[in-house]
Design a protein around this ligand. Structure first.
Ligand code: APR
Length: 317
């Protein structure tokens, strides 16, 4: 591999391969894709390399079934695991994906002891907590991708409702990546104007509900799997903020240790992402109602974490 920053994507399925594509097309990373299925990552990697002359990128894309080629990655995105089907919640995936994420993380940590891990496998918050434990990494180097996706969905629905560019929309989502997530309308804006001033209350409420069920809406349409274009975009945006040291503030699943009154649990909150991973957790004052909703979401995450016996300390709920 050359001198470019190296990003490994574990899982060459829908989310993993699309993430690899998005990263390769940026033309400033080298990308390694790992999967257990023989030929799948190799075939997709070759196909992506052959796309380079047309798209105009020189990114090296390698597919493999082993971890040697992942050595010394700067960032590793974990997407391996099963995706949900209609009628399933993200939580239904827990037992299968916990085994996969644990094993994969141990291999990742062995070959890239200094990398930053971004978990995408669901149920997101519990899988991120598991990866943190299994890696033995400090908490700034293990995070979960969910809030960027949830807020992207929120932004899309706002832009659609107001017939404005998505570029002028900012949206804020807190909490776990599940039905209990907490979209925050008063911090969601169009060109700086809170959406609570631009849309009737019922419309805001409907958009928040649609956001919380955004993943299920796609699953119901696809029937054979879950969303991957927007999840891949979201993971790639986090990779950029880290490896380009942009220090963007992105909703990220991180280990809380007292922030927002929660301890010992990975939950989505705004974080500054730079070359050191999570460089700062941004804490804002919540209304009583928002605080209650966040605690409810954290309790839902905690239940899952207990299923895989990972509770670190009492979360004080
Ligand atoms: N190591 C490497 N790859 C693995 C392993 C493993 N131990 N176990 C499974 N995989 C691979 C599968 O072979 C498959 O190619 O993970 C890939 C998953 O791809 P898809 O089934 O297409 O699922 P995808 O839609 O990409 O979702 C992956 O991301 O968004 C979440 O909920 C989603 O947990 C799911 C994950």
């Amino acid at each position: 591999m050359g001198a470019r920053k190296k990003v490994t994507v574990i899982g060459a399925g829908n989310v993993g391969a699309t993430t690899a594509q998005r990263l390769a097309e940026r033309d400033f990373y080298d990308v390694v894709m790992v999967d257990i299925i023989e030929g799948l990552p190799q075939g997709k990697a070759l196909d992506l390399r052959e796309s380079g002359p047309v798209e105009g990128y020189d990114s090296l894309v390698i597919g493999t079934n082993s971890y040697e080629e992942t050595a010394n990655s700067d960032v590793v995105v974990i997407t391996s695991g099963i995706a949900r089907k209609p009628g399933m919640s993200r939580d239904d995936l827990i037992n299968t994906n916990a085994g996969i994420v644990r094993q994969v993380t141990e291999s990742v940590a062995k070959y890239s002891p200094n990398c930053i891990i971004i978990v995408v496998s669901n149920p997101l918050d519990a899988m991120t907590q598991l990866a943190w434990k299994a890696s033995g990494f400090p908490k700034n180097r293990v995070m979960g991708m969910a809030g960027v996706l949830d807020s992207a969905r929120f932004k899309h629905f706002i832009a659609e409702a107001l017939d404005v560019s998505v570029e002028d929309v900012n949206a804020f989502v807190l909490g776990g990546h599940g039905d209990t997530m907490v979209p925050l309308p008063r911090y969601s804006t169009v060109a700086g104007i809170p959406i609570t001033e631009l849309l009737p209350e019922e419309k805001v409420k409907a958009i928040c509900e649609r956001t919380a069920n955004g993943g299920a809406e796609v699953v119901a349409l696809l029937k054979t799997g879950s969303a991957y274009y927007a999840p891949a975009s979201s993971a790639a945006a986090m990779v950029d903020s880290i490896l380009l040291d942009k220090k963007r503030i992105m909703p990220t699943a991180t280990l809380l240790e007292g922030e927002y009154g929660i301890s010992g649990l990975f939950v989505g909150v705004p974080c500054k992402l730079g070359i050191n991973g999570i460089e700062q957790i941004i804490e804002i004052t919540l209304t009583a109602e928002e605080d209650a909703a966040l605690k409810k979401s954290a309790a839902a995450v905690n239940e899952l974490v207990e299923v895989i016996r990972l509770k670190v300390t009492d979360i004080g709920l």
